[in-house]
Design a protein around this ligand. Structure first.
Ligand SMILES: C[S@@+](CC[C@H](N)C(=O)[O-])C[C@H]1O[C@@H](n2cnc3c(N)ncnc32)[C@H](O)[C@@H]1O
Length: 312
């Protein structure tokens, strides 16, 4: 009888070499992966920090943590995993007496596990109940946003987080079709409201992104996480952030610019009154993007933008 062999396919991490160089991973170093996902970057960090490297990994998604635990099992004495969000970073680190660290990584966005798993309601590729939560214990779901927000609130979310020019028309169409239960219904409503996208991109992409960002408070949490991360870095420790769309990247760029400036006064003042002091130094002035080879091998990497800063 033929034996059935199943191969476990994990999320393929993006720009691994650039992350390891950016974090300046060294033997015996201590690192935090704030978006452990299925542990792809963490595995590379643990390998590069041998002997004696340590890693603390957090994620809001308990399924991702279970997957990371399995993938990192060869290093089981060198890592610690916790279910936590960016806004709990300092609390978790304090609890485990884990600071200062040599490097912190944020690899934002969704993992293939979340995009591909049934029942997460993240994608219009499959018709399933609207959910979109990273944290399955959280109360707010996409179902509540889509069916419970006022037309004005919906239009504001879709415009702000989706940068969708037809946000008002889409919000009106959603309200007229309520109750909306599934991702398929939502995608159909957005398309029928006349949303357009460049060729080969589904017109519902921007609206789905916006609703997911609202459900998970993605920009607010990122901002909070970056501020907390800076307080945990030791001298010359590195911060590496990979973002996947312009709103995230803009927030990261402005944060790094501000924290690497000695003055953040509005332009035109005769002298500095803010008293702000730089705590970071930019390592890459320009954003780093994946190589053509990587984009061909892993098309999901095409929108990745990596930024690096060093604590001073
Ligand atoms: C792109 S995936 C990371 C993939 C990972 N680098 C790997 O190699 O497998 C992003 C992860 O960040 C997590 N995440 C998103 N927002 C978060 C937050 N506020 N706090 C903690 N984790 C978050 C998601 O649940 C997801 O698992």
């Amino acid at each position: 009888m033929r034996e059935l062999i199943t191969v476990r396919v994990f999320h393929q991490p993006v720009m691994v070499k650039e992350v390891i160089n950016g974090l300046w991973v060294r033997p015996g170093g201590r690192y935090i992966d704030c978006t452990i996902g299925e542990g792809g970057h963490s595995l590379a960090i643990l390998e590069a920090s041998l002997p004696g490297g340590q890693l603390l990994g957090i994620d809001l998604d308990s399924r991702a943590l279970a997957s990371a635990k399995e993938r990192l099992s060869p290093y089981k004495d060198s890592f610690l995993l916790r279910k936590a969000g960016f806004s709990q970073l300092e609390e978790v680190v304090l609890e485990h007496n884990y600071a200062p660290v040599h490097g912190i990584l944020f690899d934002l966005g969704l993992s293939s596990l979340q995009l591909g798993s049934e029942g997460r309601g993240m994608s219009f590729q499959r018709d399933e109940p609207l959910d979109m939560r990273f944290d399955l214990e959280q109360e707010l779901t996409a179902m509540e946003v889509v069916n419970g927000y006022s037309q004005e609130e919906l239009a504001s979310v879709i415009s702000r987080y989706g940068e969708e020019p037809r946000a008002r028309q889409i919000a009106e169409a959603i309200v007229n079709h309520r109750p909306v239960h599934t991702t398929g219904e939502l995608a159909y409503i957005v398309q029928s409201a006349g949303s357009r996208s460049p060729r080969r991109i589904n017109p519902a992409t921007r609206t789905f992104q916006a609703i997911r960002m609202e459900v998970n408070r993605e920009l607010e949490n990122l901002s909070e996480g970056l501020h907390q991360a800076v307080n945990l870095l030791g001298y010359t420790a590195r911060l590496v952030v990979i973002s996947y769309h312009s709103l995230e990247d803009r927030l990261v760029k402005l944060f790094l610019r501000q924290e690497s400036s000695d003055c953040i006064c509005p332009p035109g003042l005769p002298r500095c009154v803010c008293g702000h002091k730089a705590v970071l130094k930019l390592i890459s002035k320009k954003v780093i993007t994946p190589s053509l080879g990587e984009v061909q091998a892993n098309p999901r990497s095409r929108s990745a933008r990596l930024r690096i800063a060093e604590h001073i």
